[in-house]
Design a binder for this molecule. Structure first.
Ligand SMILES: Nc1ncnc2c1ncn2[C@@H]1O[C@H](COP(=O)(O)OP(=O)(O)OP(=O)(O)O)[C@@H](O)[C@H]1O
Ligand SMILES: [Mg+2]
Length: 336
């Protein structure tokens, strides 16, 4: 964690007298909240007041939720109980009136919407005196007004093995007889901290034969818990974006962006804008005009298809063969 925390601390320029708005952006499970929390604990003592607002996406999903986040922010910073906030607009004006002259540190975790940001953080111009806002998000668009943003690196091979071993063996390196199997699991996770933790716990205390069968199963179906965690990103998309994601996960991963856009546009999915959103949300990545996605995210997409679209989306040759023995080829739908 240390180098990642240090990097965010450097961006925050603690002690400088301006207003600073910094973002941490990346896919779900990469460690944004963990980094923000560590930074908050290290530096909050240096401010007149501070507040860490968790899970803005979920807790601020409606007017009532946002209002209670505003109340929490005001009461934590001013250390007063029982704040009366009539509605979100009243909350914003109280934040402006009561906090604009203070040196405050506010962390807004998992922000998915610029409107929510405005209700909780207000505008730059209102504030002076070294205010610091740190935001974590999966959506780069939320950070369009940020001065800087940090994209946490995935763990390198040594760090990934260390994190996995700590959860699987309660030690920094695996025992000799588990070295090879651990290497396979670690590479399956793509070095995503969330996946390393979940799989480390999954294999903890298990014998070699469990590992072997676990690895076989892992090659086909991802661990349910990882799947659930990764599915959070999917659930946050609108219907068109979900369909674009599922099509790419099933058929087009690693193909040219232009080619995919053309095909999905023919299906009426507004692919150009949807693909941009998926990249902003770290679900897809792009390099040299090609689109990629993390293996576990792809598996999550495929599992979702099996669960939700089992009647009309055919994925593998075995399934196709089964369908073909019962119905004619012309009735096989590969889109819904
Ligand atoms: N560098 C790290 N070292 C050890 N564990 C880590 C590291 N980074 C993240 N983790 C662990 O990985 C898990 C996922 O991290 P975290 O919840 O911070 O991800 P996130 O990016 O905030 O995800 P989301 O977008 O879903 O909110 C956590 O359980 C955390 O403890
Ligand atoms: Mg988080």
């Amino acid at each position: 964690m240390e180098s990642r925390v240090q990097h965010v601390r450097t961006l925050l320029r603690i002690g400088a007298d301006d207003v600073c708005f910094i973002g941490i952006w990346g896919m779900g499970g990469i460690g944004k909240t963990t980094i923000a929390r560590a930074v908050y604990h290290q530096i909050s003592y240096a401010f007149d007041g501070s507040s860490f607002i968790e899970d803005v996406r979920e807790n601020g999903s409606d007017e009532k939720g946002l209002k209670s986040l505003q109340k929490k922010l005001l009461s934590e910073i001013l250390m007063e109980e029982d704040f009366k906030v009539k509605n979100c607009h009243d909350g914003v004006s109280q934040i402006r009136r009561r906090l604009s002259r203070k040196r405050v540190l506010v962390v807004l975790d998992d922000v998915d919407d610029i409107m929510k940001l405005e209700f909780l953080a207000g505008s730059h111009e209102w504030f002076r005196h070294g205010r610091r806002i740190l935001i974590t998000t999966r959506d780069e668009h939320v950070l369009c007004n940020a001065q800087e943003h940090n994209v946490p690196d995935l763990l390198n091979e040594t760090e990934a093995m260390k994190l996995f071993s700590r959860h699987a063996f309660k030690a920094d390196i695996p025992p000799k007889e588990y070295e090879k199997l651990s290497g396979v699991v670690v590479s399956q996770t793509g070095h995503l901290p969330l996946a390393l933790k979940v799989l480390g716990c999954h294999f903890c205390g298990r014998r070699l034969n469990f590992w072997q069968s676990g690895l076989n199963a892992l090659a086909k179906i991802p661990d349910k818990k990882i799947n659930k965690a990764l599915k959070l990103s999917f659930d946050g998309l609108n219907i068109l974006e979900q369909k674009i994601f599922l099509h790419i996960a099933c058929f087009f991963k690693g193909k040219k962006r232009h080619y995919i856009t053309r095909i999905l546009d023919c299906l009426g999915l507004e692919a150009a804008s949807g693909i941009t959103v998926l990249i902003e949300k770290s679900i897809l990545t792009t390099s040299n005009g090609y689109l990629h996605m993390h293996d576990l995210i792809q598996e999550m997409g495929r599992c979702t298809v099996r669960e939700c679209y089992s009647n009309n989306l055919v994925l593998c040759p075995k399934e196709i063969k089964e369908v073909m023995t019962t119905i004619t080829v012309s009735t096989i739908l590969i889109t819904d």
